[in-house]
Design a protein around this ligand. Structure first.
Ligand code: ZN
Length: 267
């Protein structure tokens, strides 16, 4: 975990205030700070200056954003549309042994980071028509998908539940899309990560799999943490904030192809 001094140094010299306030800490969103065993909720910030001043005073270990409040309601009026995928969902499939510990590694990311990110990207753009999709490393062993289109913020809980439900893997509702993902995601992965993919397939193939690429597609399909998308009051790690356990930066990725673990595994 980052020391208080290292945190303050990061906030003073490494934190992209303008970008964070433009994209994530917008004036109508609830912001939460966590430090030691304390939590401060129900804050909003109208400018870069007020946000920066509050963060520098409190030097929080974690910064979250939650619901969007446009009136004096108890429940939020809107909320960012975010999907969460944690490596733990692939625990039984991870090959390197890091699935037994609370960490992830570059090897796992090649299959269970890149694979689901590419499929989520295609699903959100091609099936649901969103245009501004961003991927953020969670700081530990997973990623968040932020849909930045304004229309996405206003979706009701029911609409979010329907969205999550239609993201589950199934050949039935949209066989064409699944076959497309076999060609666009699984086949290139089999070509570029052949050894990794073959090790995975060697222990996870099913008799009803058509071929290796279909089997791989089934195994790497996004496994979403539903509550993060549907809970209107669920706190979301603010991009560029620090992860409370690892101290790593919750870092936006350049795209659904970036591996944040190409380097040493994080613990
Ligand atoms: Zn691993």
């Amino acid at each position: 975990m980052a020391s208080p001094e290292a945190r303050l140094e990061y906030y003073r010299n490494g934190f992209p205030w303008e970008e964070v306030v433009r994209d994530w800490v917008r004036p109508d969103i609830e912001v939460m700070f966590k430090w030691d065993d304390q939590t401060r909720r129900n804050q909003t910030f109208q400018s870069v200056d007020t946000f920066r001043a509050a963060v520098l005073v409190r030097n929080p270990q974690q910064i979250h954003v939650a619901g969007v409040y446009r009136g004096r309601n108890v429940m939020p009026d809107a909320r960012p549309l975010v999907f969460d995928i944690d490596m733990d969902a692939y625990k039984d499939l991870r090959l390197c042994g890091c699935g037994v510990a609370p960490k992830a590694c570059a090897e796992c990311w090649e299959l269970f980071g890149i694979g689901p990110m590419r499929i989520m990207d295609a699903m959100l753009r091609d099936l649901f028509g969103y245009q501004r999709v961003r991927f953020v490393f969670s700081g530990r062993r997973g990623f968040h998908v932020w849909v930045m289109d304004d229309s996405a913020r206003s979706l009701s809980r029911e609409a979010r539940e329907a969205l999550v439900a239609s993201c589950w893997f199934s050949w039935a509702p949209d066989r064409g899309f699944c076959l497309d993902m076999v060609d666009r995601v699984a086949r290139p992965m089999l070509a570029h990560q052949r050894q990794l993919a073959e090790r995975l397939l060697a222990r996870s193939r099913r008799t009803d799999d058509q071929d290796d690429a279909s089997a791989l597609c089934r195994l790497i399909w996004p496994k979403l943490d539903k509550d993060v998308t549907t809970g209107m009051n669920h706190a979301l790690r603010c991009p560029y904030s620090l992860h409370g356990v690892t101290g790593a930066v919750v870092r936006p990725l350049a795209g659904p192809w970036e591996n944040p673990f190409t380097g040493a595994p994080t613990t």
